[in-house]
Design a protein around this ligand. Structure first.
Ligand SMILES: NC(=O)c1ccc[n+]([C@@H]2O[C@H](COP(=O)([O-])OP(=O)(O)OC[C@H]3O[C@@H](n4cnc5c(N)ncnc54)[C@H](O)[C@@H]3O)[C@@H](O)[C@H]2O)c1
Length: 415
């Protein structure tokens, strides 16, 4: 069996970019105080000593700090990119050259390279998998079943991955336990809502340079991510309409002050469309045909399949050009529709990765007690992440008085 070796093979675009990567990773670290506190403890306690960790995550400055944390805990970590378009080549270079973490990621890599990279991680025979979208777990179960027995447990970062894992577990196909980091309150309440909400806005503004105020913005999906995007867009002065399939979420959107429409009605109304549903083909041919000239589309969900890009390409009959960096224009019979960043955007933050690091520690300690199914992050980890975050922000909380604690725990008190 191979043991991951920090000096082992890597595949990155240009190791010469490492110095810039280090600068940016250190900058990101300043915004990740919880993860830094965990890393300091990991350096002392080494809870992951000797554990082979295979990770498939967005290769960004934040992920680099998670990788450093796992390594500080004693793990041998190997990393591949979970999304070819979010890979930051300078970060990949820094991970290899400065932090000694075998990394397989090139920005814009094609599908074959993506799977070669994933297989390079699998070649290290991970005992712990760390996924963002379930691709490593899927690869091990489908193409390398003989290796599945070596995996003690996994963690999963995002909603879409958790949905896949639950489907695998329901089919009896999942063969090791996986902790759904996304289900931690300190992940989805904050990172999905505020982090992705902001990075979606930021990505769209950087790519297009448009003014949001006064624009008609359609947000498809009013989950954690969609709520964050809608609130941020409204804060910038946009008129926001929400498209939903869940009646409770639709009602929530309405009472939060947004219009609620069908995708069909929204297509003709809006001029900026953002998907965050985790579903496929939310906007498709009939919607593209109804959109007005100059409409902009972006996807914030995990996969770019939320927009039916095949239909869009088909409608454009080859009239596709890059009008700005990260913006493609599709000319569909004299009407121009714009697509931001090929339908992919992403960012993750401090508390998500604090949950990842503490979940890795948890499974290293408790894997023998776990069954092959999807687990939520233990409440104690959630509470610890929130406590560390507040401590890092210098905010103190009240504790209940003894009288109050007795009161809320008792059924004897009447009116
Ligand atoms: N880009 C990032 O950095 C990032 C970060 C976190 C999550 N995500 C991804 O964003 C997506 C949404 O995550 P979430 O946590 O908000 O999930 P969620 O389950 O809380 O919300 C999804 C919402 O979409 C709605 N929906 C489903 N199908 C729909 C359809 N056809 N039309 C309209 N609405 C529909 C659902 O009813 C639900 O309310 C997932 O793919 C997740 O993996 C991306």
């Amino acid at each position: 069996m191979t043991t991951a070796d920090p000096t082992a093979a890597h595949d990155v675009t240009d190791l010469g970019l490492a110095a810039e990567g280090v600068r940016r990773i250190e900058w990101a670290e300043r915004e990740m105080p919880v993860l830094r506190l965990i890393r300091e403890r990991f350096e002392r306690d080494r809870p992951l000593d000797g554990l082979r960790v295979g990770a498939c995550l967005h290769v960004t400055t934040e992920t680099a700090n998670l990788m450093r944390t796992l390594k500080a805990g004693g793990a041998h970590v190997t990393l591949a990119a979970s999304n070819p378009l979010s890979t930051q080549d300078d970060v990949a270079a820094a991970l290899v050259a400065e932090y000694g973490i075998p990394t397989h990621a090139r920005r814009g890599e094609d599908r074959d390279t993506y799977y070669t990279h994933l297989n390079s991680v699998a070649d290290t025979h991970p005992q712990l998998t760390m996924d963002d979208g379930c691709d490593l777990v899927s690869l091990l179960h489908s193409a390398r079943p003989d290796q599945v027995g070596e995996v003690l447990a996994g963690t999963e970062e995002t909603t879409t991955g958790v949905i896949r894992l639950r489907a695998m577990a329901a089919d009896g196909a999942l063969r090791f336990p996986v902790i759904a980091v996304n289900e931690a309150q300190t992940k989805h309440l904050f990172d999905n809502r505020y982090g992705t909400g902001q990075s979606t806005l930021d990505g769209i503004i950087r790519a297009t340079n448009i003014l949001i105020a006064g624009r008609k913005v359609v947000v498809a999906g009013y989950g954690w991510v969609g709520r964050g995007i809608a609130a941020r867009m409204a804060g910038h002065g946009a008129h926001v309409a929400v498209v939903e399939v869940d009646p409770v979420r639709a009602l929530e959107a309405l009472m939060d002050g947004f219009a609620v429409m069908t995708a069909g009605d929204a297509a003709g109304w809006g001029d900026l469309f953002i998907t965050a549903t985790g579903n496929i083909n939310v906007f498709r041919r009939e919607h593209f045909e109804a959109m007005s000239d100059g409409a902009i589309m972006a996807n914030s969900g995990h996969f770019d399949a939320e927009l039916d890009l095949a239909a869009l390409r088909d409608l454009a009959e080859g009239h596709v050009r890059e009008v700005r960096k990260n913006v493609q224009e599709f000319d569909i019979g004299g009407k121009r529709l714009n697509l931001v960043a090929e339908g992919r955007l992403a960012a993750v933050m401090d508390m998500s990765f604090a949950n990842q690091a503490l979940s890795a520690e948890y499974v290293a300690r408790h894997h023998s007690e776990l069954e092959p199914r999807v687990y939520v992050v233990p409440e104690a980890i959630d509470a610890e992440v929130a406590r560390l975050k507040l401590a890092a922000l210098g905010i103190e909380l009240d504790a209940m008085t003894a009288e109050q604690a007795e009161y809320v725990a008792s059924w004897r008190h009447g009116t």
